[in-house]
Design a protein around this ligand. Structure first.
Ligand code: SF4
Length: 539
């Protein structure tokens, strides 16, 4: 089965033939092929390593794999979804590799991980990895392999200590974490020796050539899509937003040097184009990009856009999408309340939101989906009424346009100004309130699972003590009930669920990721938090 699936891939890069002494490396995605191959991050790491003649790479997914080497030296994982940790542990076992890093010996490969989940907060998973790559892969991946080559024949300890000295490479086992008590906060995080840097700096790529698909296949979750990264990060800095804060600064791909050549390459093998990025329409040359795609030679191209800032929904954009097989557009407004939007630094007026609906309709789209959030710090019940009113005003302004409000619960994320806040215990009730008030008025309301938000918050603010809990929930299943059961079993040995999820943390508290430096210093995050609270207090 594997061969039949891999044979449908159209490669947009040229893999090198590995040299005789190339490093045998397995690069895994801890989910099925169709999910993994749709991850642009996975594609890029795979192709970067496959273009090195000193690496002999084989791909591994949970359902299929390429021919695996008999004796592997490095095993890597690209992690984009927290709950895939279960699959990481299963894959390690299937390769006869101990799941805890401390149990691996000279005869085992080095296990590395990277990707958005580990870059945000690797700590709950830290005990499973020997090496974690923090930040953009562009330069980091090559420096990882280059450094490894220098110590390839050394013992495991020397390898790890040498790798730890490379910027962006985090070796969890070389840091000790002390706690005030078994179930208390962190007291100190320290490197084990003076050779290990006390702080690991996440790496930032600063070029203007951003990534694009290196493989197109009908078996991808988005069938035969060619993806192009238009922007990286988002300049808006909504105070809760990991997609912005963790990846700053905002970078844009050069139209001439990056976007057009990539699109030309990709559209030779498919007619489905996806424009990716946290804030695609904020590219300064976005109208030119749209004009380029609107050429008659691309008339049959189906276009998808990942995210659109509300006040950039023009009739022209809506028209282009409608003509190219996209019937619906998604905008994130977070809340119908001006106060809440100001607290989170969402620079969006009510009139812009209404206008987006009108423009979507004029352009010929049939549906508009909005993203909202409940439980944002400072939100009160009256703010929910403002959201209901906003939806009704949109319905009135653009009759016939199908409106959907998808709504999540605020989850604190590391490296953002709101990382110190816990989840609001009222959030579930607030989701129900919106449901009750929107459904009868003909507005499709799609709440995201509150229980899933609780699990996300737990992993988002978790520390290393959670690895024991994850081993238990692995067997119990991935429902919130399983996590609660595991907490019960470990009562007194680790903090409780409330500590990680619901408690507001003190600003003096040592954070689990304190030794991992994101783009902004803590002082800036605190300044942004203070500004948000000043807005809240002004109402
Ligand atoms: S506009 Fe969207 S992507 Fe940008 S910071 Fe705000 S929530 Fe994040």
């Amino acid at each position: 089965m594997s061969a039949a699936i891999f044979s449908q891939e159209k490669l947009l890069f040229t893999p090198q033939t590995p040299k005789n002494d190339a490093i045998p490396l397995i690069f895994a995605f801890p989910n099925e092929y169709t999910v993994g191959i749709t991850s642009l991050g996975y594609q890029i790491v795979w192709s970067t390593l496959a273009m090195r003649e000193d690496v002999d790479i084989s791909r591994l997914f949970t359902d299929i794999h390429e021919t695996l080497p008999r004796s592997v030296e490095i095993v890597g994982f690209s992690v984009s979804w927290e709950l895939d940790y279960v699959n990481i542990l299963n894959l390690l076992e299937s390769l006869s590799i101990p799941i805890f890093s401390q149990d691996r010996t000279e005869c085992h490969p080095l296990v590395f991980g990277g990707g958005p989940v580990l870059t945000a907060n690797p700590e709950p998973f830290a005990d499973f990895f020997d090496v974690i790559l923090l930040g953009d892969g562009e330069n980091l991946l090559d420096s990882f392999i280059d450094t490894y080559q220098q110590v390839r024949n050394a013992d495991r300890k020397t390898k790890l200590i040498t790798l730890a000295q490379t910027p962006g490479i985090y070796i969890p086992s070389l840091y000790t974490v002390e706690y005030h008590s078994n179930d208390g906060a962190i007291a100190a995080i320290q490197p084990v020796s003076s050779e290990v840097p006390p702080v690991v700096q996440k790496q930032t790529y600063r070029g203007n050539i951003l990534s694009a698909s290196t493989v197109v296949t009908p078996k991808a979750a988005w069938e035969s899509i060619f993806m192009v990264e238009v922007v990286r990060s988002c300049p808006e800095m909504c105070r809760f937003c990991l997609a912005s804060y963790l990846t700053l600064p905002f970078r844009t791909a050069s139209l001439e040097a990056s976007l057009i050549p990539a699109i030309e390459r990709g559209l030779q093998v498919t007619n489905r184009l996806g424009l990716l990025g946290a804030s695609v329409t904020q590219h300064p040359e976005f109208p030119d990009l749209l004009a380029y795609i609107n050429q008659s030679k691309y008339d049959d191209v189906r276009l998808s856009i990942a995210s659109v800032r509300t006040n950039t929904v023009t009739p022209e954009l809506a028209k282009t999408l409608a003509q190219r097989d996209t019937k619906s557009l998604t905008i994130a407004v977070e809340s119908g309340s001006e106060k809440v939007r100001r607290i989170i630094n969402k620079k969006l007026a009510q009139a812009d939101i209404i206008q987006a609906a009108i423009n979507a309709k004029i352009g010929g789209l049939s549906a508009l989906k909005l993203y909202g959030m409940v439980g944002i710090p400072g939100e009160e019940n009256t703010d929910l009424d403002a959201t209901v009113e906003m939806m009704l005003a949109m319905k009135k302004a653009a009759p016939g346009l199908k409106l959907t409000l998808g709504c999540s619960t605020f989850v604190p994320k590391s490296h953002t100004p709101f990382q110190w806040f816990g989840v609001n215990q009222q959030a579930e009730k607030r989701l129900q309130y919106l449901q009750k008030n929107l459904k009868p008025k003909g507005i499709d309301f799609r709440p995201e699972s509150y229980n899933w938000s609780v699990i996300q918050a737990l992993l988002s603010r978790g520390d290393r003590r959670l690895s024991r809990l994850l081993i238990l929930t692995r067997n119990f299943g991935d429902s919130l009930g399983s996590y609660k059961r595991a907490f019960k079993e470990l009562k007194g040995e680790i903090p409780d669920l409330d500590f990680y999820v619901y408690t507001d943390w003190s600003y003096e508290q040592i954070l689990p990721w304190q030794h991992l430096q994101g783009p902004l210093p803590q002082s800036t995050l605190l300044k942004h938090l203070k500004e948000a609270m000043e807005v809240k207090d002004s109402y």
